[in-house]
Ligand binder design. Sequence first.
Ligand SMILES: C[S@@+](CC[C@H](N)C(=O)[O-])C[C@H]1O[C@@H](n2cnc3c(N)ncnc32)[C@H](O)[C@@H]1O
Length: 314
Amino acid sequence: MDQVVVQLDGLPAVAAQRGIVHRGRPSAQSSGAGLLAVTLQDLRLEDGHRFVEVGACTGILCAAAALITRRQVTGVEIDPGVAREAAVRTAQAGIGVRMVARDGLRGLPDGPWDRVAGSFAVPAIPQAWLLRLAVGGVLTCTISTGAPGWHATAVIERSPDGTLGGRLRADTWGHVLARGVPWLPVPERPTVAARVRSSVLVPPDFRVRGFWVVLAHLLPGVRRHWPTDPDPDSTVVLVGEDGSRAHIAPDGSRAEVWGPRDLWAEVEQVHTRWSAAGSPTEFDLHFRDERQVVDGGTGLTWQLPGRDGGRSVC
Ligand SMILES: C[S@@+](CC[C@H](N)C(=O)[O-])C[C@H]1O[C@@H](n2cnc3c(N)ncnc32)[C@H](O)[C@@H]1O
């Protein structure tokens, strides 16, 4: 079993009075086994580390962390019912997990923490988490622009002199967005005729994750859409918040574009920049004052959204 659903439509998936419930949309579930394994690798947990997970859900990562660190760990969870159940489950298993029901974006309890795991995706690393990261500490979380599938993993360390630095890695696995934060919207398909171009960039495979992550950040507000009635030739569909849209033939023979922008022409420009920088899949992450700057080499630097909402490309 890869993921465990603990809540359906806001109600416990297993309730004493109702038995096991099978219907409804999952509203809380564990991370996939692959994501949990990668998170544990990135965290490099050791005996005695003070550990907190933000978005602890089932408590399974907390339980693993408590067994490795051999001390009580803390899980922060926005949903009080989910937090309560995780506390009961881990206590029944005799594992030292303290669950705190609160919005983890508003701050962490106690601290400093040697290891911080963010288990939902954020547009940039919340200052509230960085403030509580101990010297020598490691923090990991998923960074997302709200474009499904185009996420990256941030691994940050605080060095002995107190400065922060880290890496951003385009990854197969990533967490879902924070509760209440929607994915980028999918505007209606325009009814007017498309502008058509031939011989365009062949859409890179979706496993070329470094490229798609760069695209997500350099063209904020753009996402891929998977129509429920896909074209038989599996056309790649990109949509922008402003109503711009592009349908690309998988062999690059044809691009149809609608709206104020030629989205595929913009994608081609980003692809040229990414290729010129050596097609990176990992990037440096620098912290300058409160700015978080991603550096992928010459011509491929951008800033994660900050307090000023800045999405600037430098
Ligand atoms: C994908 S689950 C985490 C999975 C966890 N690692 C596990 O394997 O059980 C994400 C969890 O983050 C919680 N969450 C989302 N936004 C949150 C927030 N702002 N503060 C605290 N928890 C939040 C959700 O309720 C959900 O339970």
